[in-house]
Design a protein around this ligand. Sequence first.
Ligand SMILES: [Zn+2]
Ligand SMILES: [Zn+2]
Length: 136
Amino acid sequence: MNKNTVYIIIIVVGFLTFGVVAYSYIFSSGGGGISDSKMTWVKCSNPSCNSAHEMKLKEYEKQVRERMRPPAITTPALTCNECGKDTVLQAVKCENPECGEVFIKGSVRGDLEDRCPKCKHSATEDSRKARLAGRE
Ligand SMILES: [Zn+2]
Ligand SMILES: [Zn+2]
């Protein structure tokens, strides 16, 4: 890579960063650590429904907080738009491009919570492996 290429990359990255900062500054509604654009998958655990969709993480966490009833320690389920039952839980979309399964977090008991029950892929495990590999 020559010097000019490096300069161009720095300029482009700097420009993009500025754009993102300006964008979030203009559109931020104030308060909350999570950006408005961050999405999460949710899936209905009712076996006869199984509907899954993406929603804003902020909205998901807000609804969970409203449903939290101490001393319960489990994350409360949200109401499903499809079947009307309180069975919607946070889900993960499998990062394996050949799979793409949307599954409820922690589907594989006793394993990583993002372990795909279909293809056994886990993004957490992948990044751990990458870190270990980088150490060698
Ligand atoms: Zn449902
Ligand atoms: Zn998968």
